[in-house]
Write a protein that binds this ligand. Structure first.
Ligand SMILES: CNc1nc2c(CC[C@H]3O[C@H](OC)[C@H](OC)[C@@H](OC)[C@@H]3OC)c3nc(N)[nH]c(=O)c3cc2[nH]1
Length: 373
């Protein structure tokens, strides 16, 4: 067991990287998909199941947890790991994105952001220092800086203002985080869709010598090719020996294309949220179990899978559960979807080790296109 946070590159294949993040609570195999555990729970899953699927790390969220049950209360109860019974690594987002997307009546200035809770209208404020303090109270292993993620399209002046503010907040978070050898604080690259601002943001964050870097401001509705072009411009400026985390991404296709450009970590609500809405992610692409064509189909989603939700239940039964809005429908499809995402990540890691990543991408893309009619 290691006392220090460290990242090691084990293999590369082109710009794709196979690595490991080591910290006191465990090892994260990269490229990694991090199930979203917003309020200390991966919705519709037992965390033992999440672990059994191969997840090395899950996400938590300052915004949700500071509102309910409150960061000081979680700290009094032993921190998020004890509270949620997840003894492995946890990464927490800083709350900035959620304030901009969920809260009402918010005011943002140099000091931070003041907002009304979307839950009960109570007024709260988040500064860089308070966000890091909350993440410390949660005992989070990887803490994100407070940043301002703006919606695209936006004027250059607005993108530059938010990017520069996020850089000043990164420095304040770095000071507030201090020296915690077993934990990490990641900076978040902003700069919208403007290559020169993205590179300036990445260079200034790289100069802060942080333990890892996220690429933010993406997966906010822009076309995939715009996202990938921004990665092509931004990643070469970030240090090769530090982990890179693409926030909020994405579909299986987003993931394989972003790994090819040098991303190590991903998070996305898609597999869990889609599962609750009747959508299954499989080796054959997406299957919408609401569709009547499944009503008499005795086949499981994927008889070759080692996940019971994919292997042991007929599509007819899953269709029935989804149509009758039974809780078990969302539970089984979430289980299936997270299993598929972790199987995809395991395949990605093995392909990079075997230096056959391009062939792997061609194989999975062909299988998605062929479907399973
Ligand atoms: C979807 N596209 C997407 N998500 C971005 C998140 C939030 C990730 C966040 O996205 C949900 O919150 C809303 C998740 O909860 C539902 C959070 O999980 C705990 C997750 O935290 C890492 C970003 N967070 C920050 N701090 N900065 C960003 O620029 C940014 C960009 C994102 N794009």
């Amino acid at each position: 067991m290691t006392e220090r946070f460290s990242f090691s590159l084990l293999a590369t294949d082109g710009r794709a990287r196979r690595g490991e993040i080591a910290m006191p609570r465990g090892i994260v195999r990269t490229p990694a998909f991090m199930p979203v555990g917003t309020a200390g729970t991966v919705k519709a899953m037992y965390l033992d199941q999440v672990r059994d699927l191969g997840a090395d790390i899950i996400l938590g969220n300052v915004y949700h947890l500071m509102l309910r049950p409150g960061a000081e209360r979680v700290a009094r109860l032993g921190g998020l790991h004890d509270f949620a019974r997840w003894p492995h690594p946890i990464l927490t987002d800083s709350g900035g994105f959620q304030v901009m997307s969920l809260a009402e009546l918010r005011k943002l200035d140099e000091t931070g952001v003041t907002f009304r809770s979307h839950v009960d209208g109570s007024v709260h404020s988040l500064t860089p220092e308070r966000s890091i303090e909350i993440q410390g109270l949660l005992d989070s292993d990887i803490q994100m800086q407070l940043d301002e993620c703006i919606r695209l399209p936006a004027e250059r002046a607005e993108i530059e203002r938010a990017m520069e503010l996020s850089l000043r907040w990164a420095e304040r978070c770095r000071v507030a985080f201090g020296d915690q050898p077993g934990k990490a604080m990641f900076g978040i690259v902003q700069g919208g869709d403007l290559a020169d601002l993205r590179q300036r943001s990445a260079e200034r964050l790289a100069a802060m010598d942080l333990k890892g870097y996220a690429v933010g401001g993406l997966a906010v509705g822009e076309p995939q090719e715009v996202m990938l072009a921004i990665l092509d411009e931004t990643l070469p400026v970030l240090p090769q020996e530090k982990p890179r985390y693409l926030m909020g991404v994405g579909t299986p296709d987003d993931i394989i294309k972003s790994v090819a450009r040098g991303i190590d970590m991903f998070d996305c609500v898609m597999p869990t949220r889609a599962g609750r809405h009747g959508l299954a992610y499989t080796r054959f692409g997406k299957i919408n179990l609401k569709n009547a064509r499944h009503a008499d189909d005795p086949r499981p989603l994927d008889e070759t899978s080692d996940c019971p939700a994919a292997r042991d239940y007929s599509r007819a039964y899953l269709h029935h559960l989804v149509k009758t809005n039974e809780s078990l429908g969302g539970m089984l499809l979430t289980w299936n979807n997270l299993a598929y995402y972790q199987q995809l990540m395991a395949g990605i890691r093995a392909a990079i080790e075997a230096k056959r990543y391009d062939a792997f991408c061609a194989e999975v893309t062909e299988a998605w296109a062929k479907g399973d009619m």
